[in-house]
Ligand binder design. Structure first.
Ligand SMILES: [Zn+2]
Length: 130
């Protein structure tokens, strides 16, 4: 019976080595697929990192632009807080030079605000809304 036991053992070992080989091949295939996925993901990460770098630069430029615009806005707001625009060229870059009696409602004590345009150099007068 020992002979049959050995044959049976040999068959079992051969069978399990075949199964083991099949499992190893399957694992190897899965590993190759995962390696391919990993390479694709690394490529995507590179692209996203480059894109992120571009966006960071854009953001920095936008921050600088916002700071400049804030300065300009704050400056023009201090000089021309009501947002008047030049009667002659439409620029809002006006500088207050004083006031005068309103030609129509002056008798009622209404005054006009006078501005000089920093762009065209001409004077504009505005009667404030009551
Ligand atoms: Zn002007």
């Amino acid at each position: 019976m020992a002979l049959f036991d050995n044959i049976d053992k040999l068959i079992n070992e051969h069978g399990s080595s075949t199964i083991l080989r099949e499992r190893l091949l399957l694992a190897s295939d899965k590993y190759s697929l995962l390696e391919n996925e990993k390479l694709k993901l690394l490529e995507k990460i590179k692209i996203l990192e480059a894109h992120s770098q571009t966006l960071k630069l854009d953001l920095e430029q936008a921050k600088v632009q916002i700071r400049d615009l804030d300065k300009q806005l704050s400056h023009s707001h201090n000089v021309n807080p009501d947002g008047y625009v030049c009667d002659h060229c439409g620029s809002s870059n006006l500088k207050r030079t004083g006031s005068r009696s309103d030609p129509t409602f002056g008798d009622l004590g209404v005054k006009q605000k006078l501005f000089i345009c920093n762009k065209c150099g001409k004077e504009s007068a505005f009667t404030p809304e009551p």
